[in-house]
Write a protein that binds this ligand. Structure first.
Ligand SMILES: NC(=O)c1ccc[n+]([C@@H]2O[C@H](COP(=O)([O-])OP(=O)(O)OC[C@H]3O[C@@H](n4cnc5c(N)ncnc54)[C@H](O)[C@@H]3O)[C@@H](O)[C@H]2O)c1
Length: 361
């Protein structure tokens, strides 16, 4: 990238010479679950102080509909003395990156773009056409903002649905994984989602809250979103209980048993620990008296409630020392390993392992 002219800088004066400015700062929730647009506002202030006539500003941060027009636009206009849609172009384009996905990246994933005016949309489309194969314009800013929340809320609700099915199918002795594979052969009307130890990352657990927050402002409760949150938040406690059941079958108590968590990131083959369900799981297991360790080549240090979880580096050692191995994320290192399947007892939340020693979620 450096060889082709890319330069990273923290000097905001670079905006003075920029034709296009893309704002892509974090949009978390604050302590009481309210959208925190602090970074978006701060970045917009910085841009406004250096914005010149003729530039294009694009917001990419995930947020609720109305942010670009109602929050970013006035900051840009006030700081620069320029008018959006007249002196400079303003657009929104959601990030659609799926970390760890080797098939779908920035270039071949269609890019949604919506502008304040048709001219703003056109300008933003021309910009993104230089770097992505397919650009999809929307009728306006709010539709582009809503697209991202719609996509993530759809995923959030379907994951929660299948997580609830996992609990229920286990009670009835149904192999849900087999049923999902069978249902997935239907060429229409069904998309396969698979259960897991809980939702994580900075998108799925967070973005739907942006939607329910804005819905509440107009007096509407998005009960689907709230329910999905509730169901998926229960999963770490459920995995702790299933670990206890596994120990029970071995006639061992949770108190004093050694539990090894394999994969503590929020999804397989990435290093991101944000919102990982492994954290509440560790808290549950510790409260039940378990001695918890982890193994994960993507993570050097894993701290829960201020206390470091001991790391095991070698799969063989993890397998030998654990009373139960809980496979949380099916990193390639675990799937490719010949040793993990040798563990006395595996609670597999990924549905990848089979055998008498394996209990699948
Ligand atoms: N990473 C993804 O895969 C992904 C996917 C879809 C959507 N998103 C969305 O994109 C946005 C950014 O996510 P991320 O994962 O890249 O976040 P991140 O925390 O990894 O990176 C954000 C960057 O913004 C910088 N920053 C913060 N405040 C700033 C300011 N005032 N001025 C200039 N820079 C500032 C930070 O230093 C950091 O480098 C979020 O809204 C997120 O929901 C991310």
């Amino acid at each position: 990238m450096l060889a082709t002219g890319f330069e990273a800088t923290s000097d905001p004066t670079c905006i003075d010479d920029s034709d296009t400015i893309v704002i892509c700062v974090p949009t978390p929730l604050d302590g009481d679950g309210t959208p925190d647009l602090g970074s978006v506002r701060a970045a917009a202030v910085t841009v406004s102080e250096h914005l010149r006539s003729g530039s294009l500003v694009v917001l990419e941060s995930t947020t609720y509909p109305g942010t670009t027009e109602d929050t970013v636009r006035p900051i840009l206009e006030q700081g620069s003395g320029l008018e959006a849609g007249v002196d400079f172009n303003l657009a929104y384009s959601p990030e659609r990156i799926d970390p760890g996905n080797l098939e779908w990246g920035l270039r071949n994933t269609p890019k949604i773009v919506g502008g304040l005016t048709p001219e703003c949309t056109e300008r933003a489309v021309s910009f993104y056409e230089q770097i992505v194969d397919t650009v999809v314009p929307t009728v306006g800013l709010r539709e582009a903002e809503f697209t991202k929340l719609l996509e993530n809320t759809y995923r959030h609700i379907n994951i929660a649905l299948i997580n609830e099915m996992a609990v229920f199918c286990h009670e009835l002795g149904i192999d849900l994984w087999a049923s999902i594979d069978a249902a997935a052969t239907k060429p229409f009307g069904f998309q396969a989602f698979r259960p897991g130890p809980g939702i994580g990352g900075h998108c799925i657990p967070i973005d739907p809250n942006y939607l329910s927050w804005v819905a509440k402002r107009v007096g509407y409760r998005l009960r689907f979103v709230e329910l999905a949150q509730e169901v998926s938040e229960r999963m770490p406690a459920y995995v702790a209980r299933r670990t206890q059941d596994a120990l029970n079958r071995l006639k061992k108590p949770m108190n004093g048993s050694h539990i090894v968590l394999a994969g503590v990131t929020y999804k397989a083959n990435v290093s991101d620990q944000r919102e990982t369900p492994a954290k509440p799981l560790v808290a549950h297991l510790r409260r039940m008296g378990a001695d918890v360790s982890f193994i994960d080549s993507h993570v050097d240090s894993f701290v829960v409630a201020g206390s470091e979880v001991p790391r095991i580096l070698d799969i063989g050692e993890a397998v030998r020392s654990a009373d139960v191995v809980v496979l949380l994320q099916a990193h390639d290192e675990f799937i490719d390993s010949t040793e993990l399947g040798e563990a006395a007892c595996i609670l597999d939340t990924s549905g990848k392992f089979t055998g008498d020693n394996v209990d699948r979620l």
